[in-house]
Design a protein around this ligand. Structure first.
Ligand SMILES: [Zn+2]
Length: 416
């Protein structure tokens, strides 16, 4: 199949005016000017017209199973209060609610231009059937939580090993997600790190998200520590270390480690993450919901950390009266640009394509349009008033006209 578009934005190379893409067997065979590719022998040709074609976006961090909680949880006075409120809301969901939320969230991502997601699975019994149903590429991270000091850890490790094995045998991508330093024991963190190394699996962990978490580990005190201690968590791993250092001490940091949030850094943390080759996922709308201190993007970037943007779940996006909440990585990118106006558009695009692809261990597969990559792409209406295709991408009114995964249109809307 040969596709033609007003602009093709390969990400790894300069935007191509009057560009074309040749797709064969679900992969991209070539990318270039229409005039250079038009004579290729193909069975189908499609002129997409006044659109910008770019890679399908890659969302490094999401909880599809919380999509049903959109708008249900107003921001709380503290992070500790918020954990209690989401715990309560989760308990009220039936398995059918969760299944439906996952499906709705996956369809929403595709409609809004995401073709690959790193999803945290808190309900492993629903997989791999839901992942199989969707046209979305999913890296499924099994959520592991152990708070009580006396909670057995070996069963969690066995469950993790089985998860990696079962999904792998089903041809799906799987990883582990020890939830966060505050919701795991030192032994669980260490065992997860060992299992991940043994299986070559990616690991994703919420890290240094809130001021209360930072205080818990640095100072060994605060509201989060006190609440967890009341709930049976031993706190002898707290005090004198940052959350990043806690993850490092467990052996978790490495090129397959994706730290989510990282809003609070101690001196040396950015270098620690960069030195290990770890990635960071920043969720701009979730960050705004919690009113955290400014995200230390410049510091992480200067240290050489691979930083990407992600949606997190819809449970932590503020509602507006104008529009129903959507999982929307373009909206996250626009929010990031407002907070960090110095960001170059090419870099911003990298933060929703190439960078998260690297974070999920999929460099060269997704997040770029290049020979050999998966034919995962989106067609965005080209804003006539915008001369630059990159500006056009981020200014586009409304969702993409079409989303293709593996050479197949999985979502298309009117006018395309
Ligand atoms: Zn999360």
């Amino acid at each position: 199949m040969l596709l033609r578009a007003r602009w093709v934005v390969p990400v790894a190379a300069e935007p191509i005016p009057d560009g074309a893409l040749c797709v064969r067997d679900g992969r991209i065979q070539s990318v270039g000017r229409w005039r250079d590719l038009r004579h290729l022998p193909v069975t189908a040709r499609e002129d997409l017209g006044e659109v910008i074609v770019c890679p399908g976006l890659v969302n490094a961090h999401c909880h599809l199973d919380y999509t049903g909680l959109a708008g249900h949880l107003p921001p709380q006075a503290s992070f500790t209060a918020w954990i209690q409120s989401i715990k309560g809301a989760k308990g009220l969901q039936s398995p059918e609610d969760v299944r439906e939320a996952w499906r709705v969230g996956a369809a929403m991502l595709l409609r809004n231009g995401v073709t690959t997601v790193g999803d945290i699975e808190a309900f492993p019994e629903l997989q791999p059937s839901l992942v199989r149903e969707t046209g979305l590429r999913v890296v499924s991270f099994l959520e592991l939580i152990r708070i009580r000091a006396d909670a057995p850890v070996e069963d969690a490790v066995d469950q993790g090993g089985k998860w990696l094995r079962d999904l792998g045998e089903a041809g799906l991508r799987a990883g582990l997600s020890p939830h966060a330093p505050y919701s795991t024991t030192p032994l669980l963190r260490r065992r997860c790190a060992e299992l991940a190394v043994r299986c070559g699996a990616p690991v994703s962990m919420h890290l240094a998200e809130s001021a209360e978490e930072f205080e818990m580990f640095m100072a060994g005190e605060g509201a989060l520590l006190e609440w967890l201690a009341r709930n049976g968590r031993a706190v002898d791993d707290c005090g004198g270390r940052s959350p990043v250092q806690v993850a490092a001490d467990a052996g978790l940091l490495g090129p397959r480690f994706l730290a989510v949030h990282v809003n609070y850094l101690a001196p040396g943390d950015a270098e620690r993450l960069a030195g290990a080759g770890a990635s960071v996922a920043h969720c701009p709308r979730s960050h705004a919901y919690f009113r955290h201190q400014p995200f230390p993007w410049e510091e992480l970037r200067a240290a050489g950390v691979n930083v990407c943007l992600a949606t997190d779940s819809l449970a932590t996006v503020r509602t507006t009266r104008r529009r129903a909440l959507q999982l929307d990585l373009f909206a996250e990118a626009r929010r990031f640009r407002t907070a960090h106006p110095g960001v170059a558009l090419a870099e911003l695009l990298g933060m929703v394509t190439r960078h998260p692809a690297a974070a999920l261990g999929m460099t060269g597969e997704v997040g770029i349009l290049a020979a050999g990559a998966c034919a995962d792409l989106i067609a965005v209406p080209s804003a006539a008033q915008s001369g630059s295709p990159l500006e056009g991408l981020f200014e586009a009114a409304g969702p993409p006209l079409g989303t293709m995964v593996g050479g197949r249109w999985v979502s298309r809307r009117e006018g395309s």
